[in-house]
Design a protein around this ligand. Structure first.
Ligand code: 9WN
Length: 419
């Protein structure tokens, strides 16, 4: 494993800020130079959270810049293309400019975990900036309205993802069966860096799914009636629930009624308990109407909810702390349970540990006053970045870095963990 000279907290914080400065393009923060040269949606929300205390001006710009990509439907796209740099699949695949609801700035046609209201709440908490809450609030209300109107494909109050990219955890084993049920596609698109994470056939299926949705005019009716990939994911919905609660708290500052947002959160909680729980939370495939019985880090998204019933909380924390997850590795939290046959310590969302999911779990520990768990997550995550740098993800057994270097959310959330 690579050795880095020992750094104290102040130096680590300075390094993190330097990474974020270098990844700022003038209009937004790219997740990492080279591999991800545009603005990614949930990455930006994590950057807002990390910069809230240190650079609130930049945090505000980051959020507004991302929201320039919001569609008239309320959908916040998973990629906003501010630069001309090549990326596949880029604007020529998404063709957002041909869609009446799309903004002037070029974007993808998919969404991603709705972290943004939680990020706005975080920013408010650290700045007290009511004027900014008033400014950003309506866009986030529209984002949530889009999810409840266009994405409640199961009709029970949860938002469905319609593509693995929408989960933020694109190669998670949770999507394997749904992808395998799609026709075998061979476009032969090559992207050397992506090849490391996605076998060709998977990546071609990703592109095929995206193009089907595009060719159907990005229509909600098509998603409901025809689209072959529709999954209720506990991480996506756990984040959405936390963001609904954030909107409920921010609403009075924006002169709005908190009740609809609190009610939405209650609906999501009930639907997750009714539809996704069986000893732990699993994703539900709406096309087979079955739970996808592989336990990944996504299973812990619902823990972000302070209203999660205590017996569910206890059972989920037991799984988290067991040898299936944190109990077996020196560096929590692996992205897939270790005993699963799909677990692979080297492949992105199939095993490695990520700073953003560790941060989300630390947030969950805080909302439930699980102080020891929170401290353990903080210490172990900081140990990862101290030893290996701001890598994209990390081997959960020896902590060595994987994927890109100078990864924005690893730097941003380190700033928050250090505080
Ligand atoms: C596809 C940018 C994004 C993150 C995702 C992560 C990865 C892209 C990819 O990088 O996804 O959008 O190429 O695999 O899985 O969470 O937002 O950092």
């Amino acid at each position: 494993m690579e050795a880095r000279p020992a750094v104290d907290d102040a130096a680590l914080g300075r390094e993190a800020l330097a990474v974020l400065e270098a990844n700022w393009t003038g209009t937004g923060t790219v997740p990492a130079p080279g591999l991800y040269p545009h603005q990614w949606s949930w990455d930006s929300a994590f950057v807002v959270i990390g910069l809230a205390r240190h650079r609130p001006d930049r945090a505000r710009d980051e959020l507004l810049s991302l929201l320039r990509g919001q569609w008239a439907t309320g959908m916040v796209p998973h990629i906003v293309f501010h630069t001309r740099e090549a990326y596949f699949p880029g604007p020529s695949v998404w063709r957002s400019q041909e869609h009446a609801a799309a903004p002037h700035v070029l974007t993808s046609g998919l969404t991603s975990p709705p972290m943004h209201a939680l990020a706005l709440w975080w920013l408010y908490r650290h700045t007290g900036d009511v004027a900014f809450v008033r400014r950003a609030f309506p866009a986030l209300v529209a984002q949530h309205a889009y999810l409840s109107s266009a994405r409640d494909l199961g009709g029970a109050g949860l938002a469905a993802i319609v593509h693995p990219w929408e989960s933020g955890m694109d190669d998670s084993p949770s999507w394997d069966d749904a992808l395998a049920a799609l026709p075998a596609i061979r476009y032969g698109y090559r992207n050397v860096e992506l090849d490391e994470r996605h076998p060709d056939s998977d990546h071609d299926r990703y592109v095929w799914l995206a193009m089907r949705y595009r060719d159907a005019g990005y229509r909600a009716e098509y998603l409901r009636d025809e689209h072959p990939f529709a999954i209720e994911d506990p991480m996506f919905n756990g984040i959405w629930l936390a963001s609904c609660q954030a909107l409920a708290e921010l609403a009075p500052l924006a002169g709005a009624d908190p009740a609809p947002h609190a009610e939405q959160a209650d609906r999501i909680r009930q639907a997750m308990l009714d539809r996704l729980w069986d000893g732990c939370f699993y994703a539900r495939d709406l096309r087979t109407d079955r739970l996808i019985r592989v336990c990944t880090v996504g299973a812990f998204g619902p823990l972000l909810d302070p209203g999660l019933p205590s017996d569910h909380l206890r059972a989920a924390v037991e799984v988290l702390e067991s040898a299936r997850f944190m109990g077996a590795t020196g560096y929590p939290v692996p992205s897939c349970e270790i005993r699963a046959t799909q677990f692979d310590r080297t492949r992105y969302w199939r095993g490695p540990s990520w700073v953003n999911t560790n941060w989300l779990l630390r947030r969950a520990a805080a909302v439930h006053s699980l102080d020891q768990l929170g401290q353990q997550l903080t210490n172990c995550t900081l140990r990862l970045v101290r030893q290996a740098g701001f890598r994209e993800c990390f081997d959960p057994f020896d902590g060595s870095g994987r994927g890109c270097r100078d990864f924005s959310w690893s730097a941003a959330l380190t700033l928050d963990l250090l505080a």
